[in-house]
Design a protein around this ligand. Structure first.
Ligand code: NAP
Length: 231
């Protein structure tokens, strides 16, 4: 239920990112008369606490989101989802048009290669998989839904970091599972990379600060990053 029965504005933030959580916190503090709702897909079992209201789960495509915008009286829609969450961003564009609600896109810009970065840039996860040299030790910094693609590489040791323990054993022949969120600082990520004798990182070019510490750590250690672009 809304905290305020007559909000000055009703803002729906499509979230699931640290930036979206930061936005919600800033706006709740700055606009006590507005209703601020963050929407999560519900992929993470215990998401970090959020300021304002929270709703969870898919809307049911474009039509469902447009209906939600109308029925909830949303006055502004913010897309602050992960840059690789393409479906919800496409839905947001369509639904905002259908419902006549202004859309503010706050998805991150990709990281740019810095001096000292040693990157192989590829377009797809398949290309990333094929670019891994034999006998490497790879930090696979990807969502669980993408891990299975790497199962054919039985000549590689993978280190997989996940926030939640997987429901089933990972479909990877040779791997170590590390539970936890990405480290906030290059020093924390450096420790992980050294502890597991990592030689390569495979990740997507997500942009933003939250996942950047591993890129800085790789730069400092001179490790190769196989970077999947947004295509
Ligand atoms: P996606 O492929 O773009 O979306 C698939 C479906 O999930 C959407 O059609 C929508 O279902 C539902 N959905 C996605 N985001 C939602 C949200 N914020 N609120 C309500 N429903 C949502 O998305 P995804 O890549 O699976 O990502 C899901 C969520 O995880 C996003 O919120 C994203 O910001 C976050 N996230 C994604 C990644 C990533 O690598 N993709 C990384 C970190 C965080 P309906 O069509 O039924 O509405």
């Amino acid at each position: 239920m809304p905290n305020n029965p007559e909000p000055s504005e009703t803002i729906l933030i499509l979230g699931g990112t640290r930036e979206a959580a930061d936005l919600a916190r800033e706006w709740v503090a700055a606009n006590p008369e507005a209703r601020i709702i963050t929407s999560l897909a519900g992929r993470t079992r215990e998401p970090a606490p959020l300021a304002g209201e929270l709703r969870t789960g898919g809307f049911g495509g474009v039509e469902g989101l447009a209906r939600y915008l109308r029925e909830t009286g949303v006055t502004r829609l913010i897309d602050a989802t992960h840059p690789f969450a393409r479906q919800i961003s496409a839905n947001a564009m369509e639904a905002a048009k259908l419902a006549g609600v202004p859309l503010d896109i706050r998805t991150r810009t990709p990281w740019a290669r810095q001096p000292g970065d040693d990157w192989i840039e590829v377009e797809t996860l398949e290309a990333a998989r094929d670019a891994i040299p034999p006998n490497s030790r790879v930090l696979l910094a990807l969502g669980s839904q993408h891990i299975g693609l790497f199962a054919v590489r039985d000549d590689v040791h993978f280190v997989v970091r996940m926030i939640d323990p997987p429901e089933q054993p990972l479909d990877l022949p040779d791997h170590t599972l590390v539970l936890g969120r990405p480290g906030d600082t290059p020093a924390v990520e450096t420790m992980l990379l050294i502890a597991h004798s990592i030689t390569h990182i495979v990740c997507r070019n997500s942009g933003g600060k939250a996942a950047y510490a591993k890129i800085e750590a790789a730069r400092e250690l001179g490790l190769l990053v196989i970077m999947v672009g947004r295509g």
